[in-house]
Design a protein around this ligand. Structure first.
Ligand code: DX5
Ligand code: ZN
Length: 237
């Protein structure tokens, strides 16, 4: 299962980029119930999610600690067919490519704040050699010029719409201009993902700005399980 596959095992949904109109919904399991993580992951996929987004934090690049490769391994065991999208909010992302690949990840995203373009290219090579697709993320305060040299390297660009570290923060609308600038520079197979503060009210602006992958933690896992399928439909619309 990869971002660039034309189908995924959860029911033949397209996971291809801007050449197809379907918006991909990526629940961030950061707001799942960690005591019942397998159940929550299986339930959100059954509710129509296209992939699972794993927020990895190291307490250095961001002021929080979350999950490592062993959690990814557990999610992979619980959800054998799911696309696992690992968002590395860590100071040294290259160190974790192999552990996450071994743990069953399909995709890894690094931040342009921590890797030079040359280091990003090396990261991408290592990840692709292990069968993973690659993304680059940019934080709200970071100037877009830092991102441009990374564009040709990656399969996905992640525009952060909160300052990373915690779920449940308010959407920062100023980042929409970044998406509008990035979108025309992407090829038809590159995805544009947004992450942070997205819910049925804020997601339309992300989609209008060109995003085709919507990450949401609180909007999905903060809602009762029986409402999540409806929220996924609203996020996609
Ligand atoms: C933020 C993480 C996000 C976060 C989103 O540091 O990268 O993926 O979990 O959470 P919500 O959707 O609650 O803003
Ligand atoms: Zn994330």
């Amino acid at each position: 299962m990869r971002f660039n596959d034309s189908t995924n095992a959860e029911g033949g949904l397209s996971a291809r980029g801007a050449d197809l109109p379907r918006t991909l919904i990526a629940p961030s399991i950061l707001s799942a119930d960690f005591g019942h993580l397998a159940r929550d992951c299986q339930q959100i996929l059954a509710a129509g999610a296209d992939l699972l987004h794993l927020d990895v934090m190291d307490g250095h690049f961001v002021p929080n600690l979350t999950m490592g490769p062993d959690v990814c391994k557990g999610v992979r065991a619980a959800c054998p067919g799911a696309l696992l999208d690992v968002h590395l909010m860590v100071a040294d992302p290259a160190r974790f490519i192999q552990p996450f690949a071994k743990a069953g990840a399909n995709h890894v995203t690094y931040h342009c704040e921590v890797l030079s373009p040359a280091a990003g290219a090396e990261f991408a090579k290592q990840a692709r050699d292990l069968g993973l697709t690659v993304g680059v993320a940019i934080n709200p305060p970071t100037k877009i010029d830092l991102l441009w040299p990374h564009l040709d390297i990656v399969d996905l660009v992640l525009v952060m719409s909160v300052n990373p570290g915690f779920s449940g923060q308010a959407f920062i609308p100023e980042v929409l201009d970044k998406c509008r600038a990035i979108k025309p520079k992407l090829n038809a197979h590159q995805h544009l993902q947004m992450d942070g503060g997205l819910n049925p009210t804020t997601a339309p602006s992300a989609r209008e700005a060109g995003c085709n992958v919507i990450v949401a933690a609180t909007a999905l896992f903060g809602a009762p399980a029986d409402q999540r399928a409806g929220i996924i439909t609203q996020l996609r619309r």
